[in-house]
Design a protein around this ligand. Structure first.
Ligand SMILES: *[C@@H]1O[C@H](CO)[C@@H](O)[C@H](O)[C@H]1NC(C)=O
Ligand SMILES: *[C@@H]1O[C@H](CO)[C@@H](O)[C@H](O)[C@H]1NC(C)=O
Ligand SMILES: *[C@@H]1O[C@H](CO)[C@@H](O)[C@H](O)[C@H]1NC(C)=O
Ligand SMILES: *[C@@H]1O[C@H](CO)[C@@H](O)[C@H](O)[C@H]1NC(C)=O
Ligand SMILES: *[C@@H]1O[C@H](CO)[C@@H](O)[C@H](O)[C@H]1NC(C)=O
Ligand SMILES: *[C@@H]1O[C@H](CO)[C@@H](O)[C@H](O)[C@H]1NC(C)=O
Length: 395
């Protein structure tokens, strides 16, 4: 997300109203409808636990594409065994700034985890403000970061996409991806009771290189409980894989939940600090083969500004809000096609289901936004949406 279009947002406001006037969701070539039906069929198939093996087959290639493991039925047993073993052989590492633990920094604790780690390793980070830039490598799965509470254990940073990186032969910029205070590349990650921050100031409209990620998750099968994410532009890079967020607080201004992942957000608060126009999501599904999308269930949208529920960063972007309270800060049109009418024409999928609050009124939504029927909504409401039956231990 390095070449961005914040400056264009205002310009395209006029376009948005134009687009809103365009009727119909079914197009001559049927593409949007077909893509939607394919997705529904996929999610329905994977929703039924008895068809789990079958659905894995069905989704085999696409599972790989969204960053997940691409498991097939004959290795399902092995996978279960691997996860069970990892959870059986737990290891605890304590991080405390006062020296009472195994290490004083999270960085040191992570170095102590072996490559090709096979055992659930709980890094218990005691209260404190940790100014560390952390990247958990792909070779270290099964890591849990456990804090003392979202206001007690704080991991903070202030890197931005435009920060210069000195390297031969040319200096380069950090880019959005590497601006994250905490970046996770490994699978089976868990975080609990921690605050992740990027304290770089909110950019002015049109300013470039100011994206500042607090947390990036690129590994598959991750669960995040009771965590808060503080930032402005691009707070939470929900990059790729299948993820579960529960009881979280996510603060930002523009595109503060963005990426290619397939994620379920439950019981979470999405809090805007936008001064003017902002957007909660920028989901980047850009190919029909990606089974990616964000589903928000029983969440609340609060704060300031005039917000889009989503901007179509990817031209096949998909976002659903269900049973979600929306404060009076949502732009009536609701969604933005990123200034590219072909995006709403050819298959962005944006919907609401039984949302409430003054911002939830769908009367003036763009014509290409949907209100789901109970049957359509069902697959988005449970952990089946992220195929989590085999790897998630619901808390
Ligand atoms: C996992 O834990 C088991 C049992 O404690 C131990 O034998 C094994 O060496 C550990 N393996 C790794 C890769 O951490
Ligand atoms: C953390 O602090 C914020 C405000 O500073 C507050 O709204 C929130 O409830 C606190 N969280 C917990 C778990 O106490
Ligand atoms: C950014 O973080 C660094 C390291 O913690 C700190 O030295 C610096 O003062 C911070 N900059 C700003 C603008 O907050
Ligand atoms: C989440 O935080 C609340 C308040 O601090 C606490 O009561 C609850 O046990 C926490 N949940 C988990 C899963 O740790
Ligand atoms: C909805 O979320 C709130 C917290 O935001 C929680 O107290 C409540 O139990 C949740 N309801 C359901 C049905 O999960
Ligand atoms: C989707 O985006 C990724 C990352 O930017 C890119 O590698 C890929 O080619 C894109 N796919 C399509 C169909 O544009």
């Amino acid at each position: 997300m390095d070449v961005r279009h914040e400056g264009c947002v205002l310009l395209f406001m006029a376009l948005v109203s134009l687009c809103a006037a365009q009727p119909s969701t079914v197009f001559p070539d049927g593409s949007l409808e077909r893509d939607f039906q394919t997705w529904l069929a996929f999610v329905h198939a994977t929703s039924d636990p008895s068809s789990f093996g079958q659905s894995l087959q069905l989704s085999d290639t696409s599972e790989n594409k969204d960053g997940s493991s691409g498991i097939v039925p004959d290795v399902l047993g092995k996978l279960k065994h691997k996860i069970a073993n990892a959870e059986k052989n737990k290891r605890l590492i304590v991080v405390a700034q006062d020296g009472s633990g195994d290490f004083r920094t999270i960085t040191e604790a992570l170095l102590a985890v072996p490559m090709k780690n096979k055992n659930r390793t709980i890094i218990y980070i005691k209260s404190g403000i940790y100014s560390e830039k952390i990247e958990i490598p792909k070779t270290k799965p099964f890591i849990t970061l456990l804090g003392d509470g979202e206001n007690q254990t704080i991991i903070t940073g202030n890197a931005t996409a435009g920060d210069l990186v000195h390297q031969f032969p040319f200096d380069t910029s950090l880019r959005t991806y590497h601006s994250a205070t905490v970046g996770v590349n490994s699978n089976y990650f868990i975080a609990k009771n921690i605050r992740f921050e990027n304290t770089a100031p909110a950019p002015n409209p049109g300013e470039i290189g100011k994206q500042a990620v607090a947390f990036r998750i690129s590994g598959d099968s991750a669960a995040i409980y009771n965590c808060s994410f503080y930032g402005a532009q691009d707070t939470l890079y929900d990059h790729s894989g299948r993820h579960y967020f529960k009881n979280c607080y996510i603060q930002g201004s523009i595109d503060f939940i963005f990426g290619y992942a397939r994620s379920l957000y439950k019981n979470s608060q999405l809090h805007s600090i936008a001064n003017g126009i902002g957007s909660i999501t920028a989901q980047k599904r850009n190919d029909t083969i990606l089974n990616s999308g964000f589903s928000f269930v029983n969440c609340s949208v609060t704060g300031s500004g005039n917000l889009y529920l989503g901007r179509a960063w990817g031209d096949r972007s998909r976002v659903v809000y269900a049973f979600t309270y929306m404060d009076n800060i949502i732009l009536p049109e609701g969604w933005f096609n990123w200034g590219d009418p072909s995006r709403n024409k050819y298959a962005v999928f944006y919907a609401q289901y039984k949302c409430g609050g003054p911002g939830a009124n769908t009367d003036s939504r763009v014509a290409w936004a949907r209100e789901l029927t109970p049957k359509e909504a069902k697959p988005f409401l449970s952990i089946a949406f992220i195929n989590a039956k085999n790897w998630l231990q619901e808390l």
